[in-house]
Structure formats: C-alpha cells, structure tokens
Design a protein around this ligand. Sequence first.
Ligand code: DGT
Ligand code: ZN
Length: 572
Amino acid sequence: MQSVNNEIAKIFSRIADSLEILDENGFKINAYRKASRNISSMPDSLEEFDGERELSTIPGVGKDLSQKIIEHRLTGKIAYYEEIKKQVPDELAELLDIRGVGPKFLRILVKRFGVTDIESLKETIASPEILEVDGIGKKKIEQISRSVEVFEGGKKRMRLTEAHPLATAIKEEIEEIPGVLRAELAGSLRRMRETVANIDIIASAENGAEVLERFADLGFVKEVLRKTENGARVLTQAGVRTDLLVVEPRFYASALQNLTGSRAYNSRIREIAASKNLEVSPVGIRNGEGYFSSEEEIYESLGLQYIPPELREDRGEIEAARGGELPALVETEDIRGDLHVHSTWSDGAATIRQMAEKTASLGYEYVAITDHSPSSRIANGLSIKRLLQKKEEVDEINAEGVGIRLLMGSEVDILPDGSLDYPDEILRELDFVVASVHGSFLMEEDKMTKRICGALENPNVDALGHPTGRLIGQRDPYKVDIDAVIETAKNHGKALEINSSYKRLDLKDTLARKAVEAGVKIIVSTDAHRIPHLERIIFGVGTARRGWVKKTDVVNTYSLSELLKWLASHDS
Ligand code: DGT
Ligand code: ZN
C-alpha cells in the first residue's frame, strides 16, 4: 500500500518534469514541483484534509491542485496527468535522471532527433550530428555517455544473495576507518528484499567529513558520483552504486530507522510520529532532547511493538505492531539442520563427510543428504544401485559418529505425469525425501498443478522443493495453482521449501506468508552444492521472516526427535 501523499507527490513531480520537457511556462512547473516537495515531507496524511478548502491551506497547494487531489480521491485518476503521460511517456520522462541531460537539452533531443527513450538517446549521442547542436562539444557528450552507463546500471536490480556479501565486505572496511563507531547495512538490504537497486550503509562518527574522505579512497571505489555534507555515493569496481550516510552518534538510531523501511512504510511511520508530537526531520524522528538511543526506543515512543527490518514494507505490520500481534519470526539461530544438500554422489562438490563436518560445525543436529534422482541426468542423478551404495556410506558415517546425524535422503524428480523418479519401495527406505520439478516446465496450469499435487500426495514425500521454479531475474515461475498446492500440502501434512539458493529464494516472501497463514509447515534449506553454500541459510531465513514465518512453522527448527516424529506423522 502506497500512502496517498507519496502517490500524489510522485504524480506532481512527474507532471513538473513533463512540463519542462514540453517547454511550458516556468511558473506552472515550479508550482507542481513545490507542491510535490511539500506533500512528500508533510507529516499529515492528505486523507485528513476534508475538501478543496482545507487542502488549499497546504503550502504550495492552491485551488487548482486541490481540485486534482480531490479528483484523484474520487476517481483514482487525474485526467490532466493521463493527458500529460500521452505526450511524455515514462520512457522519455525518466531520461531527465541522466546527469547532464537537462530539460533544455532533452527538448532538443526530442524535437530535432526524435529521441523517445534510452535506446534512441544512445544512438543520437553516438552520431556525429549531435556535435552540431549549439554548446554541445565532445567533452559534454563523453560526460553524458558515462552518465548513461550509470543510469542503466542503476536501473538494474541485483540479487540480494549477490549484493549482500559485497555489502558486508564494504561495511567491514568502513568499520575499520578511524573514528567510525558503528556501521550497518540499511535500505532494501537490511530488509532482505530479494533484489536491491543499490547498497545503502549508515555509519556513526564524530568526524563525519573525514570518514567520507577515507571512504571515497577505499580500494573498491571506482568513481565518486556525489558527495554531500554527510553522505557519499560511489560506484564500486563492479559497477554497484553504494550510498554511505555518516551521522553523529546521537542521531544513529533515528537515521537507521529512517533509512531502512520502504518508502511507503516510512511515510506511514512519519505520520504516526507526527500524531505523537515527535519531531519529524528529513533525517529521522527526533524526540524532545533530540535523539533516541535505539530503534526499540523509537518504536516504544510510537506506541508500537518493535518491527523487525524484514517486515518494514507496509504490508500490515504496522497494524499488527499496534495491536501487539507481530509474529515471533524465525531466526537463523533457530535452525537445527539442513534438509536439502547435495554431495559428490550427484552434482555436489563436497563429499558426504565434508558436508557433515561443516554442518556439525554450524551447530546443527542433523543434515539430510539429498542427491538427485536418475532423470536429472546432467546432475549425475543416482540409479537405484548407486542410491543403495550411498545409503551404505551414510550408515557407516552415522555409525562412526561425526557429531551430527545424517539423514539418508533424495531430491527426487517429479516426472511430467506426477509420478516420482524412484519406485515407492525404494523411497520408503529413505529418511527424507524432497520432491522437485526439474524439467518440462512449460505445461498447462492444471496439468502442472495435478503433477505437483500428485507428488505431495505420495506418502513417501516429505517436502516440495523450490515450489514455483522461478529464477530471480532469469526465469518466471511455471504456471501452477499455488493455492491448490498449499491446500494439498496442508491436507497431507507436507512441508513446502524456502530454497536459499542464490537465484531461487523460492517460495518467495509473499507466497511463504500465504502458506503459513494456511497452516502449512516450511523447510528452510540451502540446496548447497558446495561447502560455502551452507552459509546461505541467512537468505532463506530472511525470506521466511519477510513472509511472517514463525519459528514454530519451520520443521528444521525442530530437535532431531521432534523431526523424526513429524516425519513419521505423515508416512503411510
Ligand atoms: P532499493 O534501493 O530500490 O533496493 O530499495 P531501498 O528501500 O533501499 O530504497 P532507496 O535506496 O531508494 O532508499 C534507501 C532508504 O531511504 C529506504 O529506507 C527508503 C528511504 N527513502 C529514500 N527516499 C525516500 C523518500 O523520498 N521518502 C521517504 N520517506 N523515505 C525515503
Ligand atoms: Zn537502497
């Protein structure tokens, strides 16, 4: 849910940009620009202003703009804005975000060269004719080409699983800068959103200016894009935009709070702060003395339970926190075993013994070694003969004792007709079976649904692996009726997986939430094919937390004996 203030502010700002491109009267442009700014930073919701008269008391919002706000309230649309969008489509308006491309230059690009979007802009600035424009030289064009690269890079979102390790390494370098007292990831990374546009980091120090200078000199920095009094934006060698904000220690909690939630969340929190007579500054909420010592203290002052960063999206968590009804989210420390890992028996890079040693060192009580089944030929799936040999090795290692209980498992393919890749009498001998779709993705929805539900109905199957098959930024989920899958899992006491693999995070947050709301159990697994993958569990747990998943929903938070009991509960 986006707050009305945000929505209107965005529309007005977009109208101002468009009018600039259309070369309209400057007075009108400034009016929209000013109203947009005031509305986005004001603490009260527009909804609290009854009619046109009240609305026009907002600084910068006169009669004309009040009418537009009312029109939006009544119809969900503003006719004038719809008209403007026809003349200046989004792909054109967004070009103003390219540094060096001001409205005047963009007008020339449109009128003289027919530029409509980023592609045509790139062609135009690469053509020799562009140098015939007054005041445009080679240098200027070089600068704009560079800005275009940054613009395109900034539009791409990175996968959380790739950005997070990079961001953590940068954060650790910042912590080493003299004078830095604390540093933390903020923004979408702290919320563990599955993709992020940039790396946001916040630090506290008394000597902010010095810290920012040292930051800009760090080895990973390729280019400094922008510097302000208390912040810097740089591009890493790999082209990732990284923003650092440095604040005085006493403002740290406020600034961290301010820089974590989604925009929609932040504006609702600001409204609540204003209603509690707290000071709402652009860099965070302040109290009488000017600071809070922790985020917990801020939430207490707002009359809310502490809201964990992963929930700060304005998806109902504010209401829940007000009613003291936030769920007790699962934590990485709650995880007592990994139920989906591969070994050298199929396509893993580590032996069973190496996987066992590493998972034991993570403090786990159990690990299920779930290699592939025969149909996954590229993944060196195990024939029945090899499966039985592997079982012997698992038994041996268990008998020897390596500080962790190995579960003899399989990640068994769900074949196109819904049958499984091993016969029942073989599956029955396994401790843990996760069933997954690895091929024939392009099926009609009802066939795919039948296929997957059929597998879940098999009493030997314990969980459904990566339930939707999506790959972030690469492949859409296959067509499946997820509600039917959830219902079948529920009826048969089966778990659905949150797979922590870097492209998967599948189930995703919103679907995980749907599943636990329906009372379905979850396994959070790594699907590790190498030792370092075992540490990716934090991303699965992060996804679970974003999906409001509680510790009690997650099967692999159980002790070994509880787990075995759960496994027995749905066997035939
Ligand atoms: P991203 O970067 O698209 O993956 O997502 P975020 O949430 O990190 O967004 P970003 O980097 O634009 O902003 C960082 C933080 O600052 C985030 O917590 C939202 C907050 N923020 C940024 N701009 C505004 C704004 O105009 N209004 C409000 N209320 N908050 C903002
Ligand atoms: Zn961000």
